[in-house]
Design a protein around this ligand. Structure first.
Ligand code: MN3
Length: 208
């Protein structure tokens, strides 16, 4: 008997994960309108498109992570790769935020931050610099690179784990993440996310 998941579960579909909070819960920084568009249209669109694209392919029934890993760097699979990676990135982004977030990281994380960056302020400056300097669409990340915390950025749909880095937090810097609320002022959005929404507890959980 085959254990191929696509045969066992022929109707397996990627699903849009529920938002971890109410649509208006981030409104001190990100409006409900932006969440409606970003989660309800963009994130949902990546999931829906992926489900269409994988029908009848070798990727049908595979997890998002597997699809990203299998298609990364394959020009013939760029559309599937982009939708899968964006579906993964957005699920991770919503968890990287929380109402009444920001502030100081938990003590254990602050020790790791001090060791890697010298200070919490230096870490925030590095995170902001990565987010603001990403040319065009992409993502800024706090990652584990080996056993050391680092900040990095990726273009378009790219994830850090195909380069061997473990993601701890992310900030979406595609224009659709902030343009309705901040127009072209990306740095204002990034500063506000870091001060009021970023979920340092989630980063600590991800260190594992
Ligand atoms: Mn986005």
């Amino acid at each position: 008997m085959s254990t191929n998941r696509s045969e066992v579960y022929p109707d397996a579909r990627h699903v849009l994960p529920a938002l971890p909070y109410d649509r208006g819960a981030l409104q001190s920084v990100i409006s409900g309108k932006t969440v409606d568009l970003h989660y309800g249209k963009h994130h949902r669109g990546y999931v829906d498109k992926l489900n269409q694209l994988v029908i009848g392919t070798e990727y049908s029934g595979e997890s998002l992570e597997r699809i990203v890993t299998l298609t990364a760097g394959r020009p013939q699979s760029v559309e599937i790769y982009s939708c899968a990676a964006q579906a993964w990135n957005h699920a991770f982004y919503w968890k990287s935020l929380r109402p009444n977030g920001g502030g100081l990281p938990p003590f254990e994380l602050r020790q790791r931050i001090d060791a890697a960056f010298g200070s919490f302020d230096a870490c925030k400056r590095a995170f902001t610099a990565a987010a603001v300097s990403q040319f065009g669409s992409g993502w800024a990340w706090l990652v584990l690179d080996g056993d050391r915390l680092a900040v990095t950025k990726t273009s378009n749909a790219d994830v850090p784990w195909t380069a061997g880095m473990k993601p701890l937090l992310t900030i979406d810097v595609w224009e659709h993440a902030y343009y309705v609320d901040y127009e072209n002022r990306r740095s204002e959005y990034v500063d506000a996310v870091l001060d009021k929404l970023i979920n340092w507890e989630f980063a600590l959980q991800n260190i594992g």
